[in-house]
Ligand binder design. Structure first.
Ligand code: SF4
Length: 299
């Protein structure tokens, strides 16, 4: 029921900590008609959750003979009729635009969830990372998305303990986490990749300090995740039923638009379908729910 479609390869960004541009080469976008045909075939074959892949999907189209943006590609794909979802990853904030946000808001099939890796909440660290956006740029886009889609959720990748990160830089990251209220995040202690510029930067922050910062950051994000889960209780969420629950093999497991796992009792015939489930209980990373029956008695 889930499919992944590469829409581009390589990366031109040279973030100072990343080896990808050296090993995968420069960006190449696939022909939009080929991508469209592949998505049509997947929808016709019954796939319900299609993720578009690229190192930086937001710069899709650069170098193609036709004038096309990632948002325009999304609009083409969204026009394919059927009951399915489109996701995409990964987005680079410097190339994520209001046109993209408007496209999601106006779409029938694109998930209301944005994974937008911020990496740091300090402009001086972002400059050292060669990320080419500021905290203000990032927050401005998120604020626009929140105005357009109050139901949208956000996740991020975050690097803690980048060389030269001061306590003040770290506190700026904590403020950004508070301001955005991420629904999930993948956070790591900086780990140097040989052959990248960041591997040669002086790094005098002790590992224990980095570990303490990571734990503080993850504690706040986990609190946000639980609070957001609790706010879901009583709401009806559209789920893609992926299979049997890992917690209890007698139950089913599905994912919401924002990728949150929901466990619920239900018949195995629901596996592979998009169904409505009422959320009855929140745990930090998962939810519990019950199938919403239609008047016909069908889920
Ligand atoms: Fe490219 Fe992402 Fe690596 Fe930056 S972190 S160089 S955007 S692949």
């Amino acid at each position: 029921v889930k499919a992944w479609v590469s829409i581009m390869y390589g990366c031109n960004n040279f973030c100072s900590y990343c080896i990808v541009p050296y090993v995968r080469g420069r960006e190449r976008s696939r022909d939009p008609q080929c991508v469209l045909q592949e998505v049509r075939e997947l929808v016709a074959a019954g796939y319900k959750d299609i993720t578009l892949l690229g190192q930086n999907v937001n710069s899709y189209g650069k170098g193609l003979p036709e004038d096309i943006t990632f948002a325009a590609l999304l609009r083409m794909l969204d026009a394919v009729p059927g009951d399915y979802r489109i996701r995409f990853m990964t987005s680079h904030p410097k190339d994520a635009t209001r046109e993209l946000i408007d496209t999601i808001a106006n779409s029938a099939h694109i998930s209301r969830h944005l994974h937008l890796p911020v990496q740091s909440g300090s402009n001086s660290i972002l400059a050292q990372m060669n990320r080419k956006y500021t905290v203000e740029d990032y927050l401005s886009l998120i604020a626009y998305a929140k105005r357009r889609m109050p139901e949208m959720t956000y996740s991020s990748d975050i690097i803690v303990g980048f060389p030269g990160e001061t306590e003040e830089d770290f506190q700026k990251m904590m403020k950004l986490i508070h301001d955005v209220r991420f629904d999930n995040s993948f956070s790591f202690i900086f780990s140097p990749r040989p052959g990248t510029p960041a591997a040669n930067l002086a790094d005098d922050t002790p590992h224990e300090v980095k570990l303490r910062r990571l734990q503080e950051l993850q504690a706040v994000i986990n609190r946000n995740i639980l609070e957001i889960s609790q706010e879901r209780v009583g709401t009806v969420q559209r789920l893609l039923v992926e299979g049997l629950s890992k917690r209890d093999g007698n139950e089913l497991m599905g994912r919401t638009e924002c990728n949150r796992v929901v466990n619920f009792p239900g018949h195995e015939r629901l596996i592979g379908q998009l169904i409505d489930v009422k959320i009855t209980e929140a745990r930090t990373y998962t939810l519990r729910g019950e199938v919403v029956m239609q008047e016909s008695g069908q889920a």
